[in-house]
Design a protein. Structure first.
Length: 182
């Protein structure tokens, strides 16, 4: 006798989630997570993937980071990709666990912000820097300055949520910013 997952995976679902509902699912998913793997490319095409903490506001991500290859790559090529997922160890035999597995492959454009730019302060308003600052023993009345902030405007999301199959939808959905040419 097949499990619920086995029965669902036998079926081919192609139904799309309505655009507004998909957008909200993705925004909620981005808010639920705080870690991503950001991929950049050097001028000669050498890829670099870096695990980083992020915070989101709608379809925009903010990352505070140290200097490094990723920052140098963004300076010459602002097109980035990143991956996010919610469970590194899914329990496929648990019907409540497998249905909540979610992930996203995201394409966007990165912009480096300095603390002199108004967008940097906007990013700090969404970034929960106080948690890290407290762990470092730094005063909360002195927000991060002189650091790199990466602002990523999301253009395409390839979203996977296995639980969507329970409602008759395809588990893989694609959201694209209007005007994106990929």
């Amino acid at each position: 006798m097949d499990s619920e997952l086995g029965e669902i995976m036998k079926k081919r679902f192609t139904k799309k989630v309505p655009e507004d509902k998909l957008y909200q699912r993705i925004v909620d998913f981005l808010k639920e997570q705080t870690m991503c793997v950001l991929s950049t490319a050097s001028p000669d095409g050498v890829p670099r993937s870096t695990p980083l903490e992020y915070y989101s506001h709608g379809m925009t991500l903010y990352i505070l980071c140290d200097p490094g290859v990723k920052v140098e790559n963004i300076k010459v090529n602002p097109r980035v990709s990143f991956g996010i997922y919610n469970d590194p160890h899914p329990v496929w035999t648990d019907p409540h666990n497998w249905a909540r597995n979610k992930g996203a492959q995201i394409t966007g454009t990165a912009k480096l912000l300095s603390d002199e730019q108004p967008e940097y302060q906007e990013g700090l308003n969404h970034y929960k820097w106080q948690i890290f600052w407290t762990a470092l023993g730094r005063p909360l009345d002195q927000p991060p300055r002189g650091r790199n902030m990466i602002k990523i405007d999301i253009q395409k999301v390839e979203y996977t949520e296995y639980g969507l199959k329970r409602d008759g939808f395809a588990s893989k959905q694609v959201w694209i910013t209007p005007g994106y040419k990929g």
